[in-house]
Design a protein around this ligand. Sequence first.
Ligand SMILES: Nc1nc2c(ncn2[C@@H]2O[C@H](COP(=O)(O)OP(=O)(O)OP(=O)(O)O)[C@@H](O)[C@H]2O)c(=O)[nH]1
Ligand SMILES: [Mg+2]
Length: 235
Amino acid sequence: MTTVTVPVQRDIKAELRRQADEMRRAFTERGTLVVNILSSPGAGKTSLLEATARYWRGKHRMAVLVGDLATDRDAQRLAPHCPVEQLTTGGACHLEIPLVKQGLTKLGSQDFDFLFIENVGNLVCPASHDLAEHVRVVLLSVTEGDDKPGKYPKMFRTSQALVISKTDLLEHVPFSVDAAVQDARKIQPELNVFPVCSLTEDGIEAWCTFLETERNALQSPHSRVDDKKVVTNDG
Ligand SMILES: Nc1nc2c(ncn2[C@@H]2O[C@H](COP(=O)(O)OP(=O)(O)OP(=O)(O)O)[C@@H](O)[C@H]2O)c(=O)[nH]1
Ligand SMILES: [Mg+2]
């Protein structure tokens, strides 16, 4: 008797990862650093991007793709600062490559130094999706509690940077920056950490310098694009 194996399912995620790798290589060649920003709802992603755009005004060309379940409110906030396209997921709790591609088409053929993707506010699902980024950043605001890294490990394990946001509120809440950083570095020892207050712009210079260094590394002859591959551990 002959055994025939009939494939009944395509590995859709593998195809999306392949597309993400291809897009990342193209961004690298164009000198565009792609940054995927993740956090729980309201941790301060859009505020961080507003502060970043204010800090870089006239220095770098930046654009933003911003994901939300509904409304274009974040795009309206960012529009005075830089080119922006809202990606409305219609209920989905994270962004995926096809929607990012649609946003890129709308942004047009202009080259940017930095492309930020503000993901849907959610500390779980976005961690599993590679959006062609070079750098993944997780925000943790001080009002959320310093115990969150260990409780949501995948988000921290797959990120290269941690922004601790709303530091102006530290005096009002029981949040230890040291405890949060220790907890996060148990999961991801290489994590770069940036305490930031987007309202006063305290910490924004260090954050922007980090991004500039990452972009310069893209253009270095020793840069290995494959090293920038995002680890999502999703099979
Ligand atoms: N005190 C204080 N408030 C902040 C800071 N950054 C943001 N906020 C406030 O936090 C709220 C949420 O900020 P957003 O920037 O909209 O947060 P977000 O993560 O983009 O929210 P979603 O896109 O809905 O997930 C707003 O009321 C901001 O003004 C900060 O550094 N300090
Ligand atoms: Mg936002």
